[in-house]
Design a protein around this ligand. Sequence first.
Ligand SMILES: Nc1nc2c(c(=O)[nH]1)N[C@H]1C(S)=C(S)[C@@H](COP(=O)(O)OP(=O)(O)OC[C@H]3O[C@@H](n4cnc5c(=O)[nH]c(N)nc54)[C@H](O)[C@@H]3O)O[C@H]1N2
Ligand SMILES: Nc1nc2c(c(=O)[nH]1)N[C@H]1C(S)=C(S)[C@@H](COP(=O)(O)OP(=O)(O)OC[C@H]3O[C@@H](n4cnc5c(=O)[nH]c(N)nc54)[C@H](O)[C@@H]3O)O[C@H]1N2
Ligand SMILES: [Mo]
Length: 700
Amino acid sequence: MAAPCGTMPRMPDTATPTRTVQAVCPHDCPDTCALHVSVAGTPGAERVVRVAGDPDHPPTHGVLCTKVSRYAERTYNAQRLLTPLKRVGPKGRSGEGRFEPIGWDEALDTIATRLRAIAARNPEAILPYSYAGTMGLVQGDGMAARFFHRLGASLLDRTICANAGGEALAATYGGKLGMRVEQFVHSKLILIWGSNPITSSLHFWTFAQQAKRAGAKLVCIDPRRTETAEKCHQHIALLPGTDGALALGLMHELIVNGWLDRDYIDRYVDGFEALREKALAWPPERTAAVCGVSPDEVRGLARDYAHTAPAAIRLNYGMQRVRGGGNAVRLVAMLPCLTGAWRHPAGGMLLSASGSFRGARRDAWLQRPDLLGSRRPRTINMSTIGDALTHPGGGDFGPRIEAVLVYNSNPVAVAPESRKVVQGFAREDLFTVVLEHFQTDTADHADIVLPATTQLEHWDAHSAYGHTYAMLNRPAVPPLGQALSNAEIFRRLAARMGFDEPCFADSDETMALGAYDPAVVDLAELQSRGWTRLKLPEAPFAEGGFATPGGKVVVDAPGLGVPDFVPNYESVQSAPELAARYPLAMISPPARHFLNSSFVNVESLRAAEKEPRLEMHPADAAARGIAQGATVRVFNDRGEYVCKADLNGAARPGVVNGLGIWWRKMGLNGTNVNELTHQRLTDIGRAPAFYDCLVEVQPC
Ligand SMILES: Nc1nc2c(c(=O)[nH]1)N[C@H]1C(S)=C(S)[C@@H](COP(=O)(O)OP(=O)(O)OC[C@H]3O[C@@H](n4cnc5c(=O)[nH]c(N)nc54)[C@H](O)[C@@H]3O)O[C@H]1N2
Ligand SMILES: Nc1nc2c(c(=O)[nH]1)N[C@H]1C(S)=C(S)[C@@H](COP(=O)(O)OP(=O)(O)OC[C@H]3O[C@@H](n4cnc5c(=O)[nH]c(N)nc54)[C@H](O)[C@@H]3O)O[C@H]1N2
Ligand SMILES: [Mo]
């Protein structure tokens, strides 16, 4: 591959920092850390020499994860894309695409000419595709959103991660609202449910450990024996996709034993009788049979939950990546309403707190949906991008997709049913532009690749989904090579497209400093310290006050009905005929040293993960003649994935864990775990069911 790698000066090993810049970790993680970036060198030749956690920011408390403490290694990586590239070889085939450097003028003119021609026929044939490579409000959907709204391109339904749980929370509480994360240190029981914080939310784990030292009991509810499960007092290893049944089983015990806060229910729960009726059908024996646990585990958990105060639930998105994920979140979210756990600041639940930022952020100004005018473009679901790109067009779908602009995402690696996704991106008639730091699997399919700045090189403002501080990121060094920020790229494209609205002249700095409403957020503190706490009550629902229209928790939600257990599309119980061929349930949770598919190319982190792995229970492996470390073929009707069997004790019988998300071209057979996942959607929120997937495994 001819992608140029800039020759970077070697990092000075013992350089003395000359100044410190206040920044923010941009990655898709609940913790959104405040950073201190140390810069050394003389003006014009400055380099970042260290990235550390801000000791004063309460959720960060001076600590970073392994990945981000090496952020300079990512920024100065020899593989960084530093000039625009155009494809000169055949499209597709991971790693074999040929690219040549071009200037910015040629790159932007090529793109503008193609987009103008397509837009003249129908701008909806153009699709933006982005997710959370950066969660910044400026480099995420700031200037890009303005650009696509003005253009009238198809809208993107951003469902790939959190939409089942997000819409479920909205239906139940009226928004993505929950406990303040700092309060978990005072909890006496913490259910860590569908979450592996040692890997994916390290700063929450610190709070949980503080609580543990103060006498709290920690229970992990997860099919996988994660590093977190190892360190909890109890691990309930239920089958994937059975969380809704477990929640109903717990409610059954709360109800039949009278362990309810009747006063809280009477005042703040709308529709309890209908929920009660559902729950009474779930005695411990039935619950245990569906969940693959013992009836005593169900009884014991219900007793602990009812008799310990304050009791808190840290739910994470891991448990909603199955068909019934939305209903399961609704059911779990009702548990603290039945026991009145919400009365205490350290009781209740936290899945996401991002809704707390709703009134504080100036979303309409940042994204300018008004630029659509009276146009109402169609919406394309990012989770079914494989189907969308291979659709011939016509009917309800509308025009065939002719151009895709990808930024902050790597769909060829992360979207389900990769074979279809690759087929779509390999279309020779599709015009694809990818804004990236690195030559990812998706960039391999681009016609034009544009080099983007990293967080150390641009302005941004951030909110968070695991804490409630508004944050500001200042650039530490100028852009490397010819890289430009996402916002600057869309600003220049807008100029070439002839978009002359004044908003296209707003600088990155103007947008970052204007992202928050001064009437709600302390901008002086935000700018001087880099972060400021939203003014929120410590116990958000102590006296009801849910964000629903009636202010109460909603059981019977409009259009959704009363929540119930919804079995997986693919499981031994729900699809016995399929299970006869593919008897193992596969989940594909994050690997500790990667962040989705980010960091797979950072050598030291890839070395820590070693090889793509499938964790198996020793009995399931023995039945197939598979030994520790053997190369195995994991397959179903959709595809096959080659990786190494790991019999490390983390997998329960009947379930295999394919740790995510390798770049396809760095895998053993040019695929990754999404070769096996499907595009069917969750019950609520139109989200992917990555962890609802049957496979078979053979030695290779
Ligand atoms: N190091 C690292 N950190 C990350 C990420 C990463 O890839 N790597 N990803 C980031 C992103 S994008 C997100 S959305 C967040 C949260 O990301 P999540 O995907 O929620 O990740 P985890 O916190 O690892 O929790 C998932 C856990 O759910 C378990 N699980 C799988 N299926 C089920 C089920 O049916 N029921 C239950 N109860 N548990 C199940 C998995 O075994 C895993 O331990 O983390 C972020 N942080
Ligand atoms: N099988 C399976 N699949 C999954 C999951 C799973 O658990 N199992 N998890 C799902 C989840 S939770 C999520 S959130 C999605 C994540 O999917 P994505 O949001 O696509 O996440 P990444 O794979 O991290 O890709 C982000 C890309 O953005 C680039 N990037 C970062 N910052 C910038 C920037 O400032 N500018 C530009 N132009 N690019 C930037 C990075 O280099 C990286 O290649 O994957 C989903 N896919
Ligand atoms: Mo995510």
